[in-house]
Structures are given as structure tokens and as C-alpha cells.
Design a binder for this molecule. Structure first.
Ligand SMILES: *[C@@H]1O[C@H](CO)[C@@H](O)[C@H](O)[C@H]1NC(C)=O
Ligand SMILES: *[C@@H]1O[C@H](CO)[C@@H](O)[C@H](O)[C@H]1NC(C)=O
Length: 244
């Protein structure tokens, strides 16, 4: 207990002059170079004050330890967003089958630029969906501005009836993608949806070449269902990393 007290005192010291403890949820007091300072704020307070359009091509895509996902040769990170939405399912033959998702994406690229060299991008990627899950509700975005919408659309040119594909769109651009690879969430795969690597379909938008869904928080349905055709929406949050 005593050691823990001293440790927290030491951690707080550098921030004391600029951030009284009672002010820790105010964006003005966030020290972007400290993970603990970032984690003590609320996502809306953190993200709504961030500058936009920071260069992130030198930020490392956090795939270390995620063997089945990879960054294609020549691609670099173009933007980083935290998403908050729902995963939709329909009960089919006793199990919930995925029938798409809807999410609002909030741009946090500049958080990575501001914290570069001080906060591990992987640690930030792990933290933000947890903050989004508790601090933001879907579909309301509160005071955050929605940088992108995520939804599912009919797969262009598909011969399979009912085939759908993930789409990400801004007010001026979009991309429709297909799944390249997926892997179970490392901490709680029963609760958290898979981590994914998606690749842009040819001719279906220039918003990104690849999209990664990482550091997922919730979104998995129950393991079985009884009412055939029953619809279920499960709340989730995750990171979305875009490359070009
Ligand atoms: C998901 O379900 C919600 C209702 O819970 C519905 O409004 C929405 O259109 C559905 N979206 C997709 C992509 O299936
Ligand atoms: C990336 O480049 C910017 C300047 O463009 C710099 O401020 C930042 O520290 C760099 N980040 C890394 C991780 O090297």
C-alpha cells in the first residue's frame, strides 16, 4: 500500500503544475505524452480537441504478436480511428450468423502524432476502444465529430445473392473491401470480435488500400440461439487502422 502510494505520487509529480487532479477529465489537462494521463480522461474530451489531418505514415501499425495479419509491402498508415457501433446477427440453424455492422469512426490520428516517441502505439490502440465503449454511445456521437461511417453494402459484381461487404465512407470518399485474414482476439475471444485485415476491392474507392480492425471490445453474440430468424445487435468498439 505504502509503496503504491509513493509510486502514484511520483507518477503525478510532472503533471502537478499543469493539471490539478480534480481537473483530470478536462481536455486542457491531458498530457498527450503520457499513457496514464490519456487514460484518465474521457474519449470525447480527448478526441474533440485533437487537431485533424496529422501525418501518420511513420506510425507503426501495431501487429507485433499478431501472426496472421500483415502489412502489404509498400503500404503505410494513412489514418487511425476508433470505432463505436453494433454488430448485427440473425439466428440461423441455432447459431447467430453475422449479417453486417454499423459504426461511427472518430479520427485519432493526431493523438498518435502528438504522443510519438513517448507512448507505444500498441498501448494506445489497446486503450482507446475500452474508452470508446464506456464513454461514447452508439448511434449518438455526442460532441465528437464523425470522421467516417462504417456499414455493409451489397458486394459489387458478386454472383452470390445477398453477399455483403464492409464499406468505410467520409463525406467525399469511400472504400469497399474484402476480408483477407482474421484472428481471434488475444484476451477474450468469446466476448470480443475477431481482429481483421481487409483489402480494397478493385475500383471500389480510394479511401484506403487496407483496413485493419484491431483491439476489439465486445461485439460477439451468445454461442447459440433458439428463435430462427431472430435479429440481434451487439454493441462493440474497436480500432480501425487505414493504410495507403
Ligand atoms: C443492424 O441492426 C439495426 C437494428 O438493431 C438496424 O437499424 C441496422 O440497419 C442493421 N444494420 C445492418 C448493416 O444490418
Ligand atoms: C513522425 O514524423 C513526425 C514529423 O513529421 C514527428 O513529429 C514524429 O515524431 C515522427 N514519429 C515517429 C514515431 O517517428
Amino acid at each position: 500500500m505504502f509503496i503504491k502510494l509513493i509510486a502514484s505520487f511520483i507518477i503525478l509529480l510532472p503533471a502537478v503544475h499543469s493539471a490539478p487532479a480534480s481537473d483530470s477529465t478536462s481536455a486542457a489537462s491531458v498530457n498527450y505524452k503520457s499513457l496514464s494521463s490519456i487514460s484518465q480522461t474521457k474519449l470525447p474530451d480527448l478526441a474533440c480537441k485533437l487537431p485533424q489531418n496529422c501525418k501518420v505514415s511513420n506510425i507503426t501499425l501495431p501487429l507485433s504478436g499478431v501472426a496472421s495479419l500483415s502489412l502489404p509491402e509498400g503500404q503505410v498508415v494513412s489514418s487511425v480511428a476508433v470505432g463505436r457501433g453494433i454488430q448485427n446477427y440473425t439466428c440461423t440453424s441455432g447459431v447467430y450468423v453475422s449479417v453486417g455492422a454499423l459504426a461511427n469512426l472518430f479520427d485519432v490520428s493526431c493523438l498518435y502524432t502528438l504522443s510519438a516517441g513517448f507512448v507505444d502505439p500498441a498501448a494506445l490502440s489497446n486503450l482507446l476502444p475500452k474508452m470508446a465503449f464506456s464513454d461514447v454511445s452508439f448511434p449518438n456521437a455526442g460532441k465528437l465529430s464523425i470522421a467516417m461511417h462504417h456499414q455493409f453494402v451489397t458486394t459489387p459484381g458478386s454472383a452470390t445473392p445477398g453477399a455483403i461487404s464492409p464499406q468505410f465512407s467520409t463525406s467525399s470518399n469511400k472504400v469497399i473491401l474484402s476480408r483477407v485474414a482474421g484472428t481471434n482476439d488475444l484476451t477474450d475471444p468469446a466476448s470480443n470480435v475477431q481482429w481483421l485485415q481487409l483489402a480494397a476491392l478493385a475500383g471500389q474507392g480510394t479511401l484506403a488500400k487496407s483496413v485493419y480492425r484491431l483491439n476489439t471490445m465486445k461485439g460477439q453474440p451468445p454461442t447459440s440461439c433458439n428463435t430462427e430468424g431472430q435479429h440481434l445487435s451487439v454493441q462493440y468498439a474497436s480500432m480501425y487502422w487505414f493504410t495507403k
